[in-house]
Design a protein around this ligand. Sequence first.
Ligand code: FA5
Length: 361
Amino acid sequence: MIDSEILEKEILNAVNSASDQDSLEKIRIAELGKKGRISLLMKELSNLSNEEKKEKGSKLNNLKNIITNSISEKKEKIENIELNKRLLKEKVDVTLPVKAQQAKTGKIHPVSQVMDEITEIFGSLGYQIEEGPDIETEHYNFNALNIPESHPARQMHDTFYLPDTNDKGEKLVLRTHTSPVQVRTMEKGEPPFKFISPGRTYRCDSDQTHTPMFHQIEGLVVDKDTHLGHLKWTLETFFKSFFEINTIEIKLRPSYFPFTEPSLEVDVLCDRSGSVLKVGHGSDWLEVAGAGMVHPEVLKSANIDSNKFQGFAFGLGVDRLAQLKYGIPDLRTFFNGDVRWLNHYGFSFLDIPTLSRGLRK
Ligand code: FA5
């Protein structure tokens, strides 16, 4: 293993010399990201003896904290410098009269647009809409989905835990996916079920295709004879309709989720080599959804007899679908709140009732 003192010096030097957010973010991803150097060193710990693990593990954790703190301090410094520069450059005289053109109303954010598009497609396939809370209990986010406390799959979710518990003493999290709505909805009713559930989800993750807050649309169908063929047809029909390309190339890849068996992930063919993201071309695959046949344990959590009923479920990554359909290279720009970005990528307001504009007028 690498000497952690040398590594610390090297990384701190790089952080100190970063002159803008982009280069700082590159350092963060290269060192602390999922495939970053420190994360890889953490993984290597599993090959060591228990003694060595203890010693090197604590050194590595220390190093990780030092680097995390130095990156956030540097980030704040750079933000202040950049803000001051922008304030000097972008002076707006708010006392000037508004020109007719500038007085136009805003634009629809691509995420809202895509939420509406997806909802409309599933609406036409007979799906209802269900909702669940953003602040979720550990029970619905994990346990009821067959992810008990010690399950390694909890690590996959980079969860934001809340400091407080609810009045029943249960631990609270910002939901890491929309899958908790599966159990919440099944508990309330009787099968058959056929619904989607759009909403915000949260994970401690940030790079070109990950943001700490993102959106998913969950889908659940439970009935007596539901099978994997129905799931495949549904996904293929949805993707063709959403991308408006009959020949859209999607890949259904075997995967693992504790709440489905079998499980799969869906990738869409795209080109990420240039500054524009292109769907249906190139040789890159972007993962846009997880799916599978509902695990009998999940049906049991919702008091449904898995000998009589079975179902399929999917979770679509809404922001990534917006990214692909409208060629937006970096997911992080979605949530910068920059009006110029929204003017470029946003959609004009159509005066019709939809999910994001209010279903009833
Ligand atoms: C899940 O969240 C499962 N709950 C999906 C599922 C539902 C599987 C029902 C089976 C049955 P996953 O972690 O792969 O799976 O996330 C699903 C999708 O959300 C991904 O394909 C990706 O498109 C999107 N996604 C995940 N993390 C982020 C992130 N940080 N930023 C943006 N999109 C993300």
